[in-house]
Structure formats: structure tokens, C-alpha cells
Design a protein around this ligand. Structure first.
Ligand code: SAT
Ligand code: MN
Length: 586
């Protein structure tokens, strides 16, 4: 129940539409969580994992047709189609409502309707924003409790008069034909039906903290980005912060929790966030970032003590696993985990594992766990002001073309580098895996308005401050002619982060190329790495012919934004192309 009459009226109205058997206002307490978990264990919605090895951990198996985000069913409903842009599926607001409202009619009959007040961002942060998610999914409630700050304190924030994003969610009948994720930025409203999966259903995450928040950020002068936030502490005890954008399932969680290699004695990486950053230009001229989330919803397969020890040490307790496999004694298991594959496994669909059915864990199997449990969780992770960002890093998954790292020449060029990002698709969204697509700033699925306006918004920061972060582009995923990754990645990415921060401090050496500054031979610390000279050269090489073609493709992509495309981006493409042509002619 609430003192906020508007909120109470909306809850009433939703109840009349969806006809739940009962309404439960979530207070976020342990007792409440225990009761919901007990009821989910009863219904089979959750399975308790091995209490000895994984205390207070649970497995949830999704409907096999409901295991990833559904970009083709995700809509941004603005009055004008142009405002949603070619990067979004669009419906006029009244059409959007008309499409989903009938699906909500009576959809909660016999079910409990949970009202979940939540806060995105640290308590007491001027940058935190509230929302209320109404859902009939207890799985959503227990996950939201880990991912956001839910319950009484969030409700108090709302009752103090702060505005809210309203999210209505029902798993409906899970029929992909009746599944829609609708956003109404002008109404600060989300309606999601037919899916119980993460990004489709935990509405605080991608729907609120990215799609709706990016549109709010544009009008209010800040940035809501698909970025991890990490701190790098030097042996001298100085910590500098990096925000980095990568598409889903491209290693954000691993980078955020990086353990430096042995050669980096005394260096330490601190995790602030692994998925979303809200960044504001503060009075000191610096960009300060908060992580609006309180937990990690990370990809399980590939996570191991080798690839991400901090994550493995976070995961073993108080975690919810979704679509992983289990051993006969109910320990979670996934492909890429340490040790030998157990002889017997139950797969993610609950069947005895048969490799003929594919991997034992779904490739997009996930864990949900509190950030505060992470051994590398930053002492500044809950700081109301956030952390000052020294460098912004953009990165895609590209087996060719993009070098290991380059630095943009200036802010505008950095915005171009972000806007021109491309990456191979992953299992985080339904559809084909491994297709190269343009994924500007890793926001293709998440930008709640026209990308052309979004790039203009980014460009607009340039003249506002002389202390903006430097912008970089990285690619950990380049492959050699035999299809093998050339860069070891994971902890060794520290070598690139060190160069990035040294550049920010005005120290590391670089060569200027048409596409940006690339490390000079010897400027990257490769001590202790078994990489031959040729591989290092190839990793840092920029082939003018290949890049000329790349810029052609970038221009063709930009052209789909027509007149609305900022001239500065057209100019960047033309400048790079001319420089490449000079190189080819020489
Ligand atoms: O499914 S989520 O959107 O929550 C995770 C991701 O795809 O980045
Ligand atoms: Mn993500």
C-alpha cells in the first residue's frame, strides 16, 4: 500500500485489467524473499541447489522458447516514428497500447500480482531514479531484489515526490506470438508480456535503465549507457576509473572483475558495475558515473576460475542460476567451467544430458548475484556521487578489421568510433549468432530514441568541458588465418588498460594513423606473454584497403539516418577516408 494516490490508482487500474487473485506490495525484506522462494520451490519454479557446495542457491529453468532478449518484439512508441529512428521497432503510442492491453486482460487470474517499488542507483544518490514494476512472476521479484534496490526505502523515495517509471509485466502464456516489450518514453511507461527472461522481464534493467533512461538523459543532459565501470588502482594507491561499452555476452563482466597478470604486481582492478552506467557532467568538468544496478545478471558459460576468478568467488552463494546444467548432486555446471566435464549431467531443460541435444547449459544461461558479494566490488560502488571517469572504451567482437586498441584523436572522433562500432551477434538475443552488425556504443538494442539524435547528444558534450574522458576502441576478439584468437584476453587485457590510462596521463607513446592513435611498438607491457612479434604487429595493424572498405560500410549505415545524421560524423568519415587514400597512393 502507498500514500501516493497516483501510484495507488495505477495499481488499482492494473488489477482491474489483469484480475489477479491477490495483490502483494513488496517490502524487500528477507522474510518476504524467503516466503516467495519457499513457494517457488513448492511449485517447481525453483530447484534448491546443493546446500553444502552452494548455500542459498537456486536453479530456474525457463520455457525453452524464452531464453533471451527478443529484439524483433521490442518496440519504442513515440508520437513520431522519426523520433524512435531506424534503430528501433516503432508503433504510435495508442497502437502500442492497443496491441498489448488486450493481452493483459485477465492475464493474472489465479495469480499473485506483485507490486515492486525499486530504486536504480545508490541510496541517497542525486542520480538515482525510481520505478515500480507490477509483475505476476515471482522469479522476476526475487531477481529484481538482487538486481535493484527494492522495497520500503524505494517506496519512501517515491512517496517523497520523486517521479517513477511504471512497468507492467506478465509472463502471460509465454507464447512467442503474444510476446511484446513496449516502451512509452513520453509516459515513462513499459509494458512487457509473454516472457519471463531477464532483459525482457526485469524491467529495471534494459527497459528502464537504458531505453527509457537514455531518452530522459537526452532531454536532461546526461548519458545512460550500456557500460561496465571499473577502477584501476596503481601500486602507488591511485585509482582511476574506466567506463567500457561492449555488446551483450562480449566479456563486460569479465573485464569489470579483471585480475591483473603476475607481471602487474601491486595493481588491482575494482568493480563498480558490469552492465550499465549513468554518467553526469559534474561541476568539476568531469564525467561521473554511477552503476544503477545492485547485482550482476551475467552469462554463465565460459565463466571459470581461469577466466574470471572474482566472479566464481561471487557466485557460490545466494545466487539464482537460470538455464544452467546440474550435476547429479545438484551443483550448477556449464560449458567452460573448470575441471573435467562430469560423466553425468542434467541439461538446462531437465533432461539427462546428451551432446546430441546441444550444450548442457544454454549458451545464454545466466547467474543473478549481488554485486556486494564480489571480492573486487569497489569501495566506491555505492558512492552517491559515483566515480570520475578518465577513459571511455568502446569494443566489439570482430574476428577481423579492428585492431587490439586505438585512441580517438578527440571527442568528436571518439563519438564517431563509438557510432561506427560493429560486433558479431551472440546468444544474448534470439536470432543468428556470429553475424557482424553495426552496434553503435553497444546500444543497438537499448537506445530509446533515434541514434542520429543520440550521436548529436554525445557530440554536444564536446564543447562543454576540457576534462572529458579520452575515448578508446578495443577488440579482444581478432582471429588469425587459422581462426584462433590472437590475443589471450581476460586478465591480460590489463596490458591494454594500462596503456589506456598512461595515455590519459599523457605518458604512453603512440603512432598517429588515419583511424586514431595506436600503441607504438614497445608501448604495451607484454612481459611474460608468449606472443611473437608478428602476432603483435598483426594485432595492432590497420590495413588501409580493409579500412577504406570499412568506412564505405560505415557511411552506408550512417546514410540510413538521412538528414538527421550529425554533420560531424559525415566529416569524420570523409577525413579518415581521405587519409587512407593518401596512404594507399603513397
Ligand atoms: O538479458 S539482459 O538484457 O538482461 C542481458 C543482456 O543481454 O545484456
Ligand atoms: Mn547488457
Amino acid at each position: 500500500m502507498t500514500k501516493n494516490a497516483e501510484l495507488a490508482a495505477w495499481v488499482d487500474q492494473v488489477a482491474q485489467l489483469t484480475k489477479p487473485a491477490r495483490i502483494h506490495w513488496c517490502d524487500g525484506t528477507d522474510a518476504e524473499n524467503d516466503a516467495i522462494i519457499a513457494q517457488m520451490l513448492d511449485s517447481g519454479d525453483l530447484i534448491r541447489l546443493n546446500e553444502k557446495t552452494h548455500p542459498n542457491c537456486f536453479l530456474h529453468r525457463s520455457d525453452p522458447q524464452d531464453v533471451a532478449r527478443v529484439e524483433h518484439l521490442t518496440f519504442v512508441c513515440t508520437r513520431e516514428q522519426e523520433d524512435a529512428g531506424p534503430n528501433n521497432n516503432w508503433l504510435a503510442p495508442e497502437e502500442g497500447h492497443a496491441k498489448v492491453d488486450p493481452l493483459f486482460e485477465g492475464c493474472m487470474r489465479g495469480r499473485t500480482m506483485y507490486v515492486v517499488p525499486y530504486l536504480m542507483g545508490p541510496y541517497g544518490s542525486p542520480y538515482a531514479r525510481a520505478g515500480v514494476e507490477i509483475t505476476d512472476s515471482p522469479y522476476v521479484v526475487v531477481n529484481m531484489r538482487i538486481m535493484a534496490r527494492i522495497g520500503q526505502r524505494a517506496l519512501e523515495h517515491i512517496e517523497a515526490g520523486n517521479s517513477i517509471v511504471r512497468g507492467l509485466h506478465s509472463t502471460g502464456d509465454l507464447d512467442p506470438e503474444r510476446r511484446f516489450i513496449m516502451h512509452f518514453p513520453d509516459e515513462l511507461m513499459i509494458k512487457s508480456i509473454g516472457s519471463g527472461y531477464g532483459g525482457n522481464a526485469l524491467l529495471g534493467k534494459k527497459c528502464h535503465a537504458l531505453r527509457i533512461a537514455s531518452a530522459q538523459a537526452r532531454t536532461e543532459g546526461w548519458l545512460a549507457e550500456h557500460m561496465l565501470i571499473l577502477g584501476v588502482e596503481s601500486p602507488a594507491g591511485e585509482t582511476r576509473y574506466i567506463a567500457a561499452a561492449f555488446p551483450s555476452a562480449c566479456g563486460k563482466t569479465n573485464l569489470a572483475m579483471l585480475v591483473p597478470p603476475a607481471e602487474f604486481d601491486g595493481w588491482k582492478v575494482w568493480t563498480v558495475g558490469d552492465d550499465i552506467a549513468w554518467m553526469h557532467l559534474a561541476d568539476d568538468g568531469q564525467l561521473w558515473a554511477i552503476n544503477p544496478e545492485a547485482g550482476f545478471f551475467g552469462v554463465a558459460p565460459g565463466t571459470s576460475l581461469k577466466t574470471n576468478p572474482n566472479c566464481m568467488n561471487t557466485l557460490g552463494r545466494n545466487a539464482i542460476y537460470t538455464n544452467v546444467a546440474v550435476t547429479p548432486d545438484l551443483q550448477p555446471w556449464w560449458e567452460g567451467m573448470d575441471g573435467d566435464k562430469p560423466a553425468e549431467l542434467i541439461d538446462w531443460q531437465g533432461r539427462p544430458h546428451d551432446p546430441a541435444n546441444g550444450p548442457a547449459a544454454h549458451p545464454n544461461a545466466r547467474f543473478t548475484v549481488a554485486a556486494s558479494q564480489c571480492p573486487s566490488f569497489s569501495p566506491q560502488g555505492d558512492a552517491p556521487a559515483g566515480v570520475p571517469i578518465s577513459a571511455i572504451v568502446f569494443g566489439g567482437r570482430r574476428s577481423t578489421v579492428a585492431p587490439l586498441v586505438f585512441e580517438a584523436l578527440d571527442w568528436s572522433h571518439g563519438v564517431f568510433a563509438g557510432a561506427a562500432m560493429a560486433s558479431e551477434t551472440t546468444a544474448a538475443a534470439t536470432g543468428k549468432v556470429g553475424q557482424v552488425r553495426r552496434d553503435p556504443m553497444a546500444m543497438k538494442p537499448f537506445c530509446g530514441y533515434n541514434f542520429a539524435d543520440y550521436w548529436q547528444h554525445w557530440l554536444g558534450f564536446g564543447p562543454k568541458s576540457g576534462k572529458l574522458p579520452r575515448i578508446f576502441h578495443v577488440n579482444w576478439f581478432r582471429k588469425d588465418d587459422n581462426g584462433r584468437f590472437m590475443w589471450p584476453g581476460f586478465g591480460d587485457n590489463m596490458r591494454v588498460l594500462e596503456w589506456v590510462l598512461e595515455r590519459c596521463a599523457g605518458r604512453a607513446e603512440a603512432v598517429k594513423t588515419p583511424i586514431g592513435y595506436v600503441p607504438e611498438a614497445g608501448a604495451l607491457n607484454l612481459d611474460g606473454l608468449d606472443l611473437d612479434r608478428k602476432t603483435v604487429q598483426d594485432l595492432l595493424s590497420i590495413d588501409p584497403r580493409v579500412w577504406h572498405e570499412e568506412i564505405d560500410q560505415i557511411e552506408a549505415y550512417f546514410a540510413t539516418y538521412g538528414e538527421r545524421l550529425p554533420q560531424a560524423l559525415r566529416d569524420q568519415a570523409a577525413r579518415i577516408k581521405a587519409a587512407l587514400e593518401d596512404q594507399l597512393a603513397a
